[in-house]
Design a protein around this ligand. Structure first.
Ligand SMILES: Cc1ncc(C[n+]2csc(CCOP(=O)(O)OP(=O)(O)O)c2C)c(N)n1
Length: 319
């Protein structure tokens, strides 16, 4: 593994920042300060960070409405992200996009997408751009297992395969598509079998192990950069909260959630850092203190930011 202590602490801090960021969003939402709908990725931080740590800033990435963590892991400024969620002019989309539409081309973030599966063909298009430009870039697209039956996803997988495009299909299999268990939606046991049908190599990884996700994604990225074409990664993960705020979760048991909670990467990774990876407890605590301080600045920046004025409403609108 080509990671030093600084990398490990950066990965931990990014996962912790995502967790704290989203907990703050939930608070704002419940207090009526944040509007629209909110789909937290609480529990899924290790896939976001492990995968994005394997990418360069200029690599392309698309994700879904559950993409706050992935956007932050790809390099979106967390202050701009929070300002966006609060509808402020300093937000990454001037406060006009909100939760499901984070975008920042400066860090390769081609957008979250509220339409299930829609980010997948966009990433394939970006990978085609990279290939035609002869650029050394790859594209990675995050999507949920619920997207696997979308026609556009099948078409995108096929085009990527026949054109040998530098794209990584990163499926976060969190077992439930909204309220529907995966076993009620597909007959195959492993979604990598679907990719195999298109001639795309697939690998399944423990999505609660940030280092395993990182290693797996590094291999897929190296394969893509060297002209090897696409890879399909199925990361087994779990959201520790409801599909969205207000979800009463009748489709799963408290025991099941509790079992996954024991493996919560935000609980297990700091222990592993100390017990196995040569990081001291003091360094872990320092990282936690830094994230707490950073969150304070993020919230202050967002709340102090101005609202857009009504006459800006048609700016940046193309039609
Ligand atoms: C094309 C389309 N159909 C239906 C919906 C409604 N919808 C929103 S989220 C969701 C579940 C998607 O589940 P999955 O892809 O597994 O992602 P997860 O929510 O688990 O992250 C559905 C069906 C939608 N947004 N887009």
């Amino acid at each position: 593994m080509n990671l030093d202590k600084r990398d490990l602490l950066t990965m931990y801090k990014t996962m912790l920042l995502i967790r704290r960021f989203e907990e703050q969003c939930v608070q704002f939402y419940q207090g009526g300060q944040m509007r629209g709908s909110l789909h937290p990725c609480i529990g899924q931080e290790a896939t976001a960070v492990g995968a994005c740590y394997a990418l360069r800033t200029e690599d392309y990435m698309t994700c879904t409405y559950r993409g706050h963590g992935q956007a932050l892991a790809k390099g979106l400024d967390p202050q701009e992200a929070m300002a966006e969620l609060l509808g402020r002019r300093t937000g990454c989309s001037q406060g006009k996009g909100g939760s499901m539409h984070f975008t920042d081309p400066r860090v390769g973030l081609l957008g979250e997408n509220a339409i299930v599966g829609a980010g997948v063909p966009i990433a394939v298009g970006a990978a085609l751009t990279a290939q035609l430009d002869g650029a050394d870039r790859v594209a990675l697209t995050f999507f949920g297992e619920g997207a696997i039956n979308q026609g556009a996803v099948a078409e995108a997988l096929n085009l990527a395969a026949i054109w040998n495009l530098p794209v990584i299909f990163f499926c976060e299999n969190n077992l439930y598509s909204e309220m529907t268990p995966i076993k009620d939606m597909v007959k195959v046991e492993r979604l990598t079998d679907r990719a195999a049908g298109f001639g795309i190599p697939g690998v399944t990884v423990d999505g609660y192990d940030v280092l395993a996700v990182y290693d797996t994604t590094c291999q897929a990225v190296a394969h893509a950069r060297s002209g090897g074409g696409p890879t399909f990664i199925e990361a087994m993960t779990y959201r520790l909260v409801g599909h969205m705020i207000g979800d009463t979760e009748p489709y799963r048991t408290k025991e099941e959630v509790a079992r996954w909670r024991e493996r919560d990467p935000l609980r297990t990774f700091p222990v592993r850092l100390v017990e196995e990876l040569g990081v001291s407890q003091a360094e872990v605590e320092q990282a936690q203190a830094e994230v707490t301080a950073q969150m304070g600045e993020i919230v202050r920046f967002a709340l102090d930011s101005p609202w857009p004025s009504p006459d800006e409403v048609t700016e940046h609108v193309f039609a």
